[in-house]
Design a protein around this ligand. Sequence first.
Ligand SMILES: O=C(O)CCC(=O)C(=O)O
Length: 235
Amino acid sequence: MDSLFDEPCIPVHPIAIRTAPPIPGLFFPPVFLPRELEDEIATQCMHLYFEGRNVNQVMLFGRTTSDASGDADDKDTRMGKGLPPFLISLLHYLSNVLRHSIPDALYAVLFPPRGAPSRARQAIVNLYHPGEGITPHVDLLNRFDDGIIGVSLRSGCVMTFERARWDLHLPERSILVLSKDARYGWTHGIPGRTHDLVESEEKEQEPRLVRRGTRLSITFRWLLPGADIVGGPDP
Ligand SMILES: O=C(O)CCC(=O)C(=O)O
């Protein structure tokens, strides 16, 4: 973190807020991943997908299956069989930490109860170097269903939501959930820049200039029925 006055050539950015803006369906609970889990997931992602390769995004897929007989494996397969173990661990952590932080109905969408129909889950891992962002978008309507979880690792960034405009600072290890209006009615994007201006914890104090590091994000989404079939007609 830098003083606002050390870097006079950084353009002035909107001041980002640190708590959820009033967008129906957006949840940004004050809970964070433990550092050890962040480290394990980030290390695995860098090693398996990014180091020595010229890519900045990978898509991974799993299928939830519910074994009504409830064998020992059931809890893991309900998270998305086929996803790597470290993402299954992340999903277990999220399922515990979000249980009391979001409405029950949304929780049941994100973490289907025992006996729920099988679904295809996508995890997308994005790598952002300082200065990089993502164009404002609404996640594809004909590919992804409602209920999205996003996790920030190793660096924060500002995410901009637009219909009106809100700039929300997502610190490292934070968890964002998008549903309903927030998922369908607003774009979300990340302006490509090296620093963010973030409101201070003490409301009366100057905003802080926060330098971005290399950030990894993991976004979990549900594929719509049929959208998991490769080579078929568009759903
Ligand atoms: O990096 C993020 O947190 C957002 C990623 C995203 O919006 C996407 O992959 O569609």
